[in-house]
Design a protein around this ligand. Sequence first.
Ligand code: URA
Length: 251
Amino acid sequence: MERLQKIMAQAGVASRRKCEELILQGKVQVNGETVTELGTKADPDQDIITVAGKPIKNEKKVYIMLNKPKGVITSASDPEGRKIVSDYLKGVKERVYPIGRLDYDTEGLLLLTNDGEFANLLSHPKYHVPKTYLATVKGVPHGTELDKLRQGIMLEDGMTSPAEVEYKDVDPDNKQSVISITIHEGRNRQVRRMFEAISHPVTRLKRISYGDLLLQNLKRGVYRHLTADEINTLTQLAKSAKPEGSPRKKR
Ligand code: URA
């Protein structure tokens, strides 16, 4: 027996918190009875659980890493008809959704799953899974400018927490450089805004790692399933990640 909101989240209905709202709104029934108590438990293999009249599916859990190309939108549909990540998931029968986002113009490692619990754990603001990006920026930032990013820099939504920053490549004519940056938050367009704040705008951005997971040589536009070890390691990492030290304004 498990809590109803946990079973629902695992079935990919929504995040656990959203499932709690659905229960409180009286939209969930167990064996025909409407349940509005958050502590209610059920047996996912025996009980018939419906949300807004539709039975939830006990789908196989899938965990996917996609090398998202630039020019692709991280959402389930796009009214403007642009390419969406599911265009690259041919052969995945389960309805998966992205864990966090990458901008339209950002490429690289994107995780997708139908496991609401896992998605919730990794994207919860309390946990800070490190994410590393390779940023190609205009010009060559001075070491003191990179120090500002290392220490935390003021953006319009508050101070960023400390980042790890390293030069990777510098153009001999000083026209551009490639910098690796690891951040522990996931604010909107954060890396681009950090480099804008030191007047070295990003011209190309690629996420190359998420926690211990590395993009490595996965080809652009190609996906692979995570291994059981990778899923476990990521779950442990998220659970052990420390709450953020520096306070920041709410977005
Ligand atoms: N930071 C950004 O600026 N863009 C992304 O897509 C991810 C992190």
